[in-house]
Design a protein. Structure first.
Lengths: 599, 304
């Protein structure tokens, strides 16, 4: 039987390589809490927990490979249907897929056991998200909305949690987050949907939301202006709305890709709503947290789409013969296919590392909020960790989303190119993968917005600190050691660029943001790939010598080529950055020419 | 009205992974090189039973006959939501052919007691006989409907259902109880449910618990092991994790109908057939090419 977890050697490798012991122990509070609801499936120790992670990933790999992937082409063709009464009917395949995910208990992966969730760390959630996206990118959007449950769990009152979370965990309901409006896209501070209280004190919402993924779902977390006198983000609160006659889907978008995921325009007609958490914290605290999780989700989705596209191209390059040989032996194709594989592994290294750091942060915050240590030194340490991890994630999350989604578009594009004319036709799935890929660099914040967020972390010390930490790794292997030296040089170049940018101000920083974030990402991923190469080369504990040797050689070569090719780009980019060129800003009108006359 | 369903399942070698060294020189199967899996059609049988229970209420009990390791298919069944799981495990049952297996299963089902439906997979991939289901129905004196695909209507004690007869469908109506053999086209088996996996991965039969204790305490006295086993079994019971294990005495089986003595089937000869590839034909993707292919298939009687 096919299995999208078992057949993915890189995910298998990372599952062993990343320190799941530490993550599982933090996630389960040191395995001290075996009582309470859900205790019958609580893990007893780290080994037990990791065994659970592996088993659940295997289930996800089975369902995706054997049930979901075979239906993906139909999902793409059929899309969903808007009914006259303002409801939406999901296509039959997507309904089947959701049912299978619910039956497998995968819809409450990270929720606490108290509500029927699995209490899994976000690292495993990221892996499952990737696996699902490989099978059907559009299904990930519905699966990934379990972040709604997470947000409710993190911020809502206990009564709301008790009422809704078990329904999320059972897969009985799906959620949506309604943020975007016609005039509030990247700029969420200008959200205008009105929240008001009627004479009975009941909150009601009035207005329109646009581009809402799964807006036809059952539970919609909605960002609305509860303080009309405050015009910025501090006037916004978060509300929970249930699907009902006063909430209608007015329009279903016709779009390039992810056809299985319904994108809705929602009309709120004095819709009754429940306040989540405190007033005024809607955007600045809750949505920011929600979006960080969602960004990591899109990063994982990007990995899955890229993996799917790569596999088609890899197979095709191997079997397609031209000029008397398989096209994989043609230098141009060999380069494309190899670089696709390297790019996927590079992005996966970063995204999984980010998930791991998120787990450390989330679990530390949970302890601080629910059960702060009484020992003063311990409390101080945890508070210090919280600050460091917050800064680190503030950089790593947008960096991951940006890097993985850009990689995804590039890989899907190259995959289509490997297939040539056949790839452009609907006979092969790569054209679908490319259409699905294209949204990843737009939604949950465009690449440009991710760069704005990431570059601040890059310039404020988080990058330098992390790079220095990575530099502490000693490599006894000479090749790896020399590559590490190159990364140190890459860091120095980047720091020089950062210094130059800082003297010129914020606009200059944003102008060269992409180049700076690319340079920093190259250094960080380079280190992660070196660590992987070192781990893969280690002597195996029990036999399997040949397999490990192959994996070790592969990882070494991946690290080598990644670092060499990307550091070249860094050199070029930092030279341009240090030239002080601002012509696209200062001479914009001349360079871009006048806007075309309206037709 | 709720219904009590029994599903017969079998652990089989995964014949989809057959490689060159799977047959021993004497023509018997080298089971060690093939992983053991849940017989595919039996998963469809299980799904059919679970969906009857999900829509109408009732229970699903799964029963298997086999060596100790076969308890794995019972755990797999627990992961998918069955209420009760039973293994019939007895050395004296070794060598049973389909007739003896049908008899032993019928005795086990009698011991389970009340039932409205008995579901079996159409056939097992290791023997491909498709006989155990029908023989079991005869032993139990039940109506049997083979090649079942779908329940069209179920009310009170009457069921209307569809079976696939190869070149069409037959719609039948009958009264409960009955035995169905289920096709793989009947449904899409549900996946294992994560929460149940995390819980029931610890479920054990008495035999398995004993084996694990022996392996963990190789130097302990028998007395010590017995004491440890009693504690372990008590713990399993308390947590609802003890899988029922019966031997032939438990199900009051008449030994002359079991194992070798109850098996009239004589294997005349087992042949190891090695298919060798003799080159290939490349067909041009044109009308002409397709016509040539069809002609060739008609000539060698693959078609028509």
């Amino acid at each position: 039987m096919a299995n999208f977890f078992d057949d993915n050697e890189d995910i298998q490798f990372l599952f062993e390589h990343l320190d799941l012991n530490e993550i599982a122990t933090a996630q389960e509070d040191g395995f001290t809490r075996h009582d309470g609801p859900g205790r019958e499936y609580a893990p007893l120790d780290a080994r037990d927990a990791i065994d659970n992670y592996r088993r659940v990933l295997t289930i996800a790999g089975d369902v995706t490979a054997n049930s979901i992937a075979p239906r993906a082409a139909d999902v793409d063709l059929q899309g969903n249907t808007l009914n006259d009464d303002g409801t939406v009917t999901l296509n039959a395949c997507t309904r089947e897929n959701l049912r299978a995910l619910a039956q497998a208990d995968l819809m409450g992966l990270t929720l606490p056991r108290r509500y029927g969730g699995l209490n899994f760390p976000s690292l495993v959630y990221t892996m499952v998200t990737e696996i699902i996206s490989r099978a059907d990118a559009s299904l990930m959007n519905l699966f990934g909305l379990q972040g709604i449950g997470e947000t409710i769990n993190a911020f809502a009152d206990p009564s709301i949690k008790d009422e809704y979370l078990p329904r999320f965990a059972d897969g009985e309901v799906t959620g949506a987050m309604a943020l975007t409006e016609p005039d509030a896209g990247s700029d969420l501070q200008s959200v205008s949907l009105r929240a008001w209280q009627d004479n009975d004190g009941q909150w009601r919402l009035t207005g329109v939301k646009r581009f809402i993924t799964n807006g036809c779902g059952d539970i919609i977390l909605t960002l609305a202006r509860s303080e009309p006198e405050i015009k910025d983000g501090r006037g916004l609160s978060l509300f929970l709305v249930e699907r009902g006659p006063r909430l209608k889907v007015r329009h279903l978008e016709d779009k390039l890709g992810i056809h299985g995921s319904p994108t809705c325009e929602l009309v709120y007609d004095d819709t009754p709503a429940k306040l989540v958490g405190e007033r005024q914290l809607g955007l600045i605290r809750y949505v920011m947290s929600l979006m960080n999780g969602a960004r990591l989700g899109i990063a994982a989705q990007s990995l899955g789409i890229a993996e799917a596209a790569f596999r088609v191209a890899r197979q095709y390059a191997h079997t397609r013969k031209q000029f008397g040989r398989a096209i994989e032996r043609l230098p141009a194709v060999a380069e494309m296919v190899s670089d696709m594989k390297i790019a996927i592994e590079a992005a996966r290294a970063l995204v999984y590392e980010t998930s791991r750091v998120c787990d450390l942060e989330n679990n530390n915050l949970r302890v601080l909020e629910t059960d702060p240590p009484t020992d003063k030194a311990e409390l101080k340490r945890r508070k210090g960790d919280a600050r460091v991890l917050k800064r680190l994630n503030g950089m790593l999350t947008p960096m991951s989303k940006y890097y993985a989604s850009e990689m995804c578009v590039q890989v899907a594009n190259d995959a289509l190119q490997v297939l040539g004319g056949s790839g452009y036709m609907a006979d092969y799935p790569v054209e679908r993968h490319l259409r699905d890929a294209r949204i990843t660099i737009i939604y949950e914040g465009t690449s440009q917005m991710q760069i704005v967020a990431a570059v601040r972390g890059v310039c404020s010390g988080a990058f330098e600190k992390l790079a220095q930490e990575f530099e502490q790794h000693e490599y006894f292997d000479m090749t790896l050691h020399l590559l590490r030296q190159k990364l140190v040089e890459g860091k120095e170049l980047t720091l020089k660029g950062i210094g130059f940018v800082k003297e010129r101000g914020v606009d200059y920083m944003d102008l060269y943001g992409r180049k700076l974030v690319n340079a920093a990402t190259t250094v960080l991923i380079g280190h992660l790939l070196l660590q992987q190469a070192a781990a893969a080369t280690k002597q195996p504990p029990d036999g399997q010598c040949q397999h490990i040797a192959v994996a070790g050689e592969h990882k070494r070569l991946v690290a080598h080529r990644f670092i060499d090719t990307n550091l070249e780009t860094t050199r070029r980019d930092m030279a341009l950055l240090c030239s002080g060129d601002t012509s696209v800003m200062t001479h914009f009108d001349t360079l871009a020419g006048p806007p075309p006359a309206a037709s | 009205m709720s219904y009590h369903c029994i599903v017969c399942v079998k652990q089989v070698p995964d014949t989809s992974r057959i490689t060159g060294d799977v047959m021993k020189p004497d023509g018997t199967l080298n089971r060690a090189v093939l992983p053991a899996v849940f017989n595919h059609d039996d998963l469809n049988a299980l799904e059919a039973a679970l969906s009857v229970r999900d829509s109408h209420g009732g229970t699903v009990t799964v029963v298997t006959m086999g060596p100790m390791g076969a308890a794995e298919v019972l755990r797999e069944s627990l992961y998918r939501g069955v209420d009760r799981a039973v293994i019939v495990n007895d050395r004296r049952a070794a060598g049973s052919d389909t007739l003896a297996t049908g008899y032993i299963l019928s005795q086990a089902i009698r011991k389970i007691g009340r039932y409205d439906f008995v579901f079996c997979g159409r056939q097992a991939i290791d023997g491909d006989t498709a006989q155990v289901g029908p023989q079991l129905a005869e032993k139990l004196g039940l109506v049997q409907i083979t090649y079942f695909e779908k329940i069209l209507e179920l009310s009170d004690r009457t069921v209307r259902l569809r079976r696939n007869v190869g070149n069409g469908w037959e719609v039948l109506e009958t009264r409960l109880p009955l035995l169905l053999t289920v096709l793989d086209t009947a449904n899409e088996p549900r996946p294992a449910a994560a929460r149940r996996v995390m819980q029931y991965k610890r479920a054990r039969t008495v035999g398995e618990a004993a084996c694990e204790i022996s392996a963990a305490m190789p130097d302990a006295t028998e007395q010590k092991r017995d004491a440890e086993q009693a504690v372990r079994i008590e713990k399993l019971k308390m947590n609802d994790l003890l899988i029922e294990q019966w031997d032939l005495d438990d199900i009051e089986a008449d030994l002359q109908w079991c194992g070798i003595s109850g098996s009239p089937t004589k294997v005349h000869r087992v042949q190891s057939i090695v298919l060798t590839k003799e080159g290939y034909t490349e067909l041009p993707p044109t009308e002409e090419g397709i016509r040539g292919l069809i002609h060739e298939l008609i000539v060698d009687h693959t078609l028509g």
